[in-house]
Design a protein around this ligand. Structure first.
Ligand code: BES
Ligand code: MN
Ligand code: ZN
Length: 505
């Protein structure tokens, strides 16, 4: 199945992560946490600094005006007797208000300040090892794309070489490994999303996913155009028909060795580029539509990580992949298409293409009768109008919807429950088909898309739809552990929820 012809043209740089019981020999820097006390900065006891060093570092920090406020980074020369070139303090703020998210953001912020160093050791993990590992790995990530060597700026890969987490706690190894695998999953999703559509299109994307998944021991299935036609995947074919590069449907399945109690279907939108099709988008910012496969990248990275973590839950991830282009053969407004399972849609707007490919995938995934069906997509601009660019909109069965949104917030991937709207049932009706793919006004665009999708969920299946149009791709500035471009949202939410589901009776 794996096809060596297709590989990612570039990966984001990321440091090697290590766990160690004691301080390594002469790293470039020690990275230590500093708290904001009532009377200035406070330096917690540290395995990297003895009492004298601790006092000296605190004196220097105070002298240069460090306060310990959240994400404040202060670098000082290492005092005598400290086996590193410098000490870098990162603020965690008021200890009473300290959360995992504070540690993650502070770790992400300090990680960027380490760019160019070979190796550093840190005790940030004493305030949450998993959060520190995730924050460092996610914050240090640096994607530089595809460049000619001669035009390279010669500053290396823009990140730190190695980060050693110093901890002598018994439970540290398992926590460290889980956090490392989780972070790697987020980075894989980011790499996929950051890859330009010149290099990532349905055929190459399917091959790259197949290779990654096989390495993790998953069962891989790729449907090419002929099988999609035979199977009646009319939504995926309709969206893909305007592109020279035909659509695919990828399935990755994880079955734990010991019989799992619960089964989960994951579904993710995989539009490798969205021009809008015949209902073409304006030119401004269209380049951001390289990210329109963020949902599929997240679910693929999630199922691969679930296998690596050996999670005792059965997971099947289904990813419909297509490129939405305008062309002589492209889908037209007014066309009627027949989805997998038989439901017909009237096309009002070819730019509402995500729901068309998802409709097939949701109906297909429903056939397995999973306990939970969780789908995510960069589905609507309306998501950003309603919730801003960092908070995902979650729709679906009440219980799963609320639970998923709460899980997102608990891991620092903000998410909010949104309703399906009764008045939009009427707007879903078409004079020439079962339903139509867009409604005639500007109100509740995210909810309308959710309602459209609800028609393809199998009877009685608990489901959730997560609209990540804003949160999956950062078009603003760097913040915390979130770089520009791909964020990898909502991989950590999904892994946290699956870990919980695996523990359910
Ligand atoms: N991929 C877009 C949604 C999107 C827009 C994601 C901006 C991220 C940033 C989606 O396919 C789309 O075009 N949706 C339309 C739907 C409309 C035509 C009913 C939208 O939101 O405008
Ligand atoms: Mn679109
Ligand atoms: Zn789209």
């Amino acid at each position: 199945m794996a096809n060596p012809t297709f590989t990612l043209p570039a990966r984001g740089a990321t440091p090697e992560l290590k766990l160690s019981k004691k301080a390594p020999k002469s790293p470039d820097a020690f990275v230590v946490p500093v708290l904001k006390g009532e009377e200035g900065p406070e330096l917690p006891a540290s395995a990297l600094l003895d009492d004298t060093a601790l006092r000296n570092v605190l004196n220097s920090l105070t002298a240069v005006g460090a306060t310990g406020k959240v994400c404040e980074v202060t670098r000082i020369p290492a005092p005598e007797g400290v086996a590193a070139d410098s000490v870098i303090a990162v603020g965690l703020g008021d200890p009473e208000e300290l959360t995992d998210e504070t540690v993650r953001r502070a770790a992400g912020t300090v990680a960027r300040a380490l760019s160019g160093m070979k190796a550093v050791a840190t005790t940030l993990g004493v305030f949450g090892l998993a959060a520190a590992v995730e924050g460092i790995a996610l914050g240090a990530y640096n994607y530089r794309g595809i460049r000619s060597e001669s035009k390279d700026n010669g500053n290396g890969n823009g990140t730190v070489g190695k980060v050693i987490f110093v901890s002598d706690e018994k439970s540290a190894t398992a926590e460290f490994e889980t956090a490392r695998i989780t972070a790697e999953a987020v980075l894989l999703a980011r790499d996929l999303v950051n890859t330009p559509s010149s290099h990532l299109y349905p055929e190459s994307y399917a091959a790259i996913l197949a290779e990654q998944a096989e390495e993790a021991g998953l069962v891989v299935e790729v449907l090419e155009e002929k099988s999609l036609k035979k199977g009646g995947f009319g939504g995926i074919l309709a969206v893909g028909q305007g592109s020279e590069r035909g659509p695919r449907l990828v399935r990755l399945s994880w079955t734990p060795k010991k019989k799992a109690k619960k089964s989960v279907a994951l579904v993710g939108k995989g539009i490798t580029f969205d021009t809008g099709g015949i209902s073409i988008k304006p030119a401004a910012s269209m380049e951001n539509m390289v990210s329109d496969m963020g949902g599929s990248a997240a679910v693929a990275a999630t199922v691969i990580a679930a296998a690596r973590l050996n999670l005792p839950v059965k997971i099947t991830a289904t990813m419909p992949l297509a490129e939405n282009m305008p062309d002589g053969r492209a889908l037209r407004p007014g066309d009627v298409i027949t989805h997998y399972g038989g439901t017909t849609s009237e096309i009002i707007n070819t730019d509402a293409e995500g729901r068309l490919v998802l409709a097939d995938a949701l109906a297909y995934a429903s056939e397995d009768k999973p306990d939970y069906l969780i789908e995510t997509a960069t589905l609507t601009g309306a998501q950003m109008v309603a919730l801003g660019v960092r908070t995902s909109g979650v729709m679906g069965s009440e219980e799963l919807r609320d639970r998923l949104a709460a899980t997102g917030r608990s891991v620092g991937e903000p998410a909010w429950a949104m309703p399906l709207l009764e008045e939009q049932e009427e707007e879903l009706k078409s004079p020439v088909a079962d339903i139509r793919n867009a409604h005639p006004n500007r109100w509740g665009g995210m909810e309308f898309a959710g309602l459209y999708l609800s028609r393809f969920i199998g009877e009685g299946i608990e489901w959730a739809h997560v609209d990540i149009a804003g949160p999956s791709y950062n078009t603003g500035g760097v913040h915390g552990y979130t770089p520009k471009r791909a964020s990898g949202v909502p991989v950590r939410t999904f892994l946290a929820l699956l870990t919980e589901i695996a523990e359910e009776g």
